[in-house]
Design a protein around this ligand. Structure first.
Ligand code: PEP
Length: 252
């Protein structure tokens, strides 16, 4: 089953991007259209301010749009927050939840992340649920235990392979230029697969598991060849068309 999973290359623009960034998005769409047979799905998650605009810019292109966070509720008195329904309304298909930067900067708990995943499904969006250990946790030999516990707390039991994607992102590899070895990636991804199968039964077999953390054109193919890696969540290298397309080509 895992071999038949279509990989996903997802770009997380974080708090970067203005109207002028549509030039990069256009170049990404054009580069993707030039690929004879792209072997992966492609998603860009710009800041929420740009989703509606880029939906119009990208039109019928093969690039889908996603968001970086949502509120658990569909509406109400939550100043500054954005409901999953609002993201769907402007053209998002997917939303990242539980990114380590939100867990750290906003104190998001596993339970909150799970409720955001459920909000995504309620609005018809896919949820990319992020997990990953800190450097101290890895050094202490606790990476697998930490990731397992995050999966148990953040992935609701009703998750399916079609509405949920897992992103394993070791925190120490995000934005640092450091990456785990392919063997280390495989060890965690194999463990994530086993945990998903245990928690979700057959749905866990076909669920995409992305690797994220300093993926670049130069290391994408090696990281993607690791066992149970079904794509990449890309931060910095998703901001420039040339870099992002370089990663997409690693699949083609
Ligand atoms: C991320 O923030 O999801 C990420 C993987 O960032 P980077 O690729 O820049 O390490």
């Amino acid at each position: 089953m895992a071999n038949s999973i279509t990989p996903l290359v997802a770009g997380n623009w974080k708090m970067n991007g203005m109207i002028a960034s549509s030039d990069e998005a256009r170049a990404m769409a054009a580069g993707l259209a030039d690929l004879a047979d792209p072997k992966c799905d492609v998603l860009i998650c710009p800041p929420a301010t740009l989703i509606g605009f880029l939906a119009r810019v990208l039109g019928e292109s093969a690039i889908s749009l996603g968001a970086q966070d949502c509120h658990p509720q569909p509406g109400g008195a939550h100043t500054g927050d954005i409901a999953a329904e609002m993201l769907a309304d402007v053209g998002a298909t997917t939303v990242i939840v539980g990114h380590s930067e939100r867990r750290q900067d906003h104190g998001e708990t596993d339970a909150l992340v799970a409720s955001k995943a459920q909000a995504a499904w309620r609005a018809g969006l896919k949820a990319i649920i992020c997990v990953g250990e800190s450097e101290a946790e890895r050094d202490a030999g606790d990476a697998l235990t930490v990731v397992r516990s995050q999966l148990e707390g953040s992935v609701p039991p009703e998750a399916t392979a079609s509405d949920t994607i897992i992103a394993y992102e070791p925190i120490w590899a995000i934005g640092t230029g450091r990456t785990p070895t392919p063997a280390d990636v495989a060890e965690v991804h194999d463990a994530v697969r086993e945990t998903l199968k245990e928690l979700l039964r057959p749905e866990g077999e076909g669920m995409r598991i992305l690797y994220g953390g300093s993926v670049k054109p130069g290391n994408a193919a090696e990281l993607m060849s690791a066992s149970n890696v079904n794509g990449a969540l890309v931060g910095g290298a998703s901001l420039k068309a040339e870099d992002f397309l370089g990663i997409i080509r690693a699949y083609s």
